[in-house]
Design a protein around this ligand. Structure first.
Ligand SMILES: *[C@@H]1O[C@H](CO)[C@@H](O)[C@H](O)[C@H]1NC(C)=O
Ligand SMILES: *[C@@H]1O[C@H](CO)[C@@H](O)[C@H](O)[C@H]1NC(C)=O
Ligand SMILES: *[C@@H]1O[C@H](CO)[C@@H](O)[C@H](O)[C@H]1NC(C)=O
Ligand SMILES: *[C@@H]1O[C@H](CO)[C@@H](O)[C@H](O)[C@H]1NC(C)=O
Ligand SMILES: *[C@@H]1O[C@H](CO)[C@@H](O)[C@H](O)[C@H]1NC(C)=O
Length: 381
């Protein structure tokens, strides 16, 4: 028979076991009648000679209020039956968002269907046990100011319900679990006049105290929307300037943080993706292909070329090669080729013209000679 607990009119029993319900404490003379929820329809059962009800191989439908009556219909005893399982081992995971806090949460490996109490305690190797303060509803417990200098820590959690108790222990290193929360208030801005730049700024995670004592390292990653390749930048301080954004394209940007000193610690989760377009000359252009190239902007040539500004066309080439070594370098070459072709074409045309003029003059002379000969011929001799 299953283990039986009786707590203030409630009796607990194990699912899939046989559950025995006594009709009161004293010996009862038979016959007695059992009812469930005021109905005489009972699950699979037998009644023993002393009036005890044995429910066989119970499932959830056997829960409810059981009452036993004597043969005159008088209520002798009433009890509420709840069914479930004793606790099993817990699956525990701990988070260490800063050097002063540990939060461990757990999930049951067995669904017990019954209310439970938890007792959690925590200690470093060779230290006293101290409580890990439990939040039953959220199934986690907290330790403030753990002994971070201890390498190994042990957490043990006991789960107790009406049907039993089970203790689960885990060992871990706080250094390995240290994982900051993601950076907060992340902003990505365009920089006016710079179509290839983005400025990324952020705050330390609010759960990370004492900036100076515990420095953080930040990793920023970005890519043009649709690209599968990220570019990365590392920084200790906000803000950071991205210099090689793809002009005219929206960029995905996010960042994460890690304790700078402790190389065993973990990176935070990534901050949410932000989508930002670098500065453009006109927001009305629909597609990047239609955008005017950088070198048109008077703004841009000033700060991004270090050479002195020569007048007119020459600066175009300088700028082109600096910004887009491949694409716009080719464009410069194309312009040169076109100019060259025009020169050659003009030369050829002039030559043709000169030749043609000469030919024409010679033709004229020949014609004159011919006419004079004809004239001479027709003259009467
Ligand atoms: C429950 O009771 C039935 C009938 O008395 C018996 O055959 C069975 O083995 C019992 N099961 C358990 C788990 O005790
Ligand atoms: C079972 O009993 C309790 C207390 O006696 C009562 O509050 C509850 O309504 C009962 N439930 C049913 C289904 O009879
Ligand atoms: C009896 O009542 C309980 C609620 O108190 C309910 O959960 C259970 O299903 C009922 N059982 C039957 C057989 O009606
Ligand atoms: C919880 O566990 C600690 C350490 O094992 C023990 O001292 C304490 O009495 C327990 N508390 C409860 C409520 O069981
Ligand atoms: C450490 O993190 C916890 C949990 O986020 C937070 O409650 C606590 O205030 C933080 N400690 C400090 C000193 O900021």
């Amino acid at each position: 028979l299953g283990k039986i607990f009786q707590v203030s009119g409630v009796q607990y029993g194990r699912l899939e076991s046989n559950v025995t319900l006594a009709c009161g404490k004293s010996q009862i003379r038979i016959p007695v009648a059992w009812h469930l929820n005021h109905s005489s329809v009972l699950p699979w059962h037998k009644v023993t000679s002393d009036g005890t009800l044995v429910l066989l191989h119970v499932d959830h439908s056997a829960q409810g209020n059981y009452s036993c009556y004597d043969n005159r219909g008088l209520l002798l005893h009433s009890v509420k039956l709840r069914l479930g399982h004793p606790p099993g081992l817990l699956s525990i995971s701990c988070k260490v968002p800063n050097h002063t806090h540990v939060r461990c949460s757990w999930v049951d490996s067995v669904k017990t269907f019954l209310p439970a109490k938890y007792n959690a305690s925590f200690r470093g190797t060779g230290q006293e046990w101290r409580p890990c303060v439990v939040d039953v509803a959220r199934k986690h417990c907290d330790v403030d100011h753990p002994a971070f200098w201890q390498t190994i820590h042990i957490l043990r959690i006991s789960e107790t319900n009406a049907l039993g108790s089970e203790t689960t222990s885990v060992r871990f290193r706080l250094h390995d679990l240290l994982k900051p929360d993601p950076p907060e208030s992340v902003l990505v801005n365009e920089l006016e006049g710079y179509p290839k730049r983005l400025i990324v700024s952020w705050n330390f995670p609010s759960s990370w105290p004492l900036h100076d004592a515990f420095p953080l390292m930040f990793q920023i990653r970005y890519r043009p929307q649709g690209s599968i390749y990220w570019s990365e930048v590392y920084a200790e301080e906000s803000p950071v300037m991205i210099f090689d954004a793809l002009a005219g394209y929206p960029h995905e940007v996010q960042l994460r943080a890690r304790d700078e000193v402790n190389s065993d610690s973990q990176w935070s989760e990534w901050s949410p993706l932000l989508l930002v377009r670098p500065w453009e000359v006109s927001s009305t252009s629909e597609s990047p292909e239609l955008l005017l190239p950088d070198y048109i902007f008077p703004f841009n040539t000033k700060p991004e070329t270090s050479t002195a500004k020569p007048p007119g066309g020459i600066i175009i080439t300088v700028k082109l090669i600096k910004d887009h070594p491949e694409d716009e370098g080719n464009l410069g070459l194309a312009i040169l080729l076109v100019l060259f072709s025009v020169v050659i074409l003009t030369t050829i045309l002039s030559l043709i013209f000169v030749v043609w003029m000469r030919q024409r003059r010679r033709d004229h002379v020949t014609k004159q000679e011919l006419t004079s000969m004809v004239k001479m011929k027709s003259m009467p001799i």
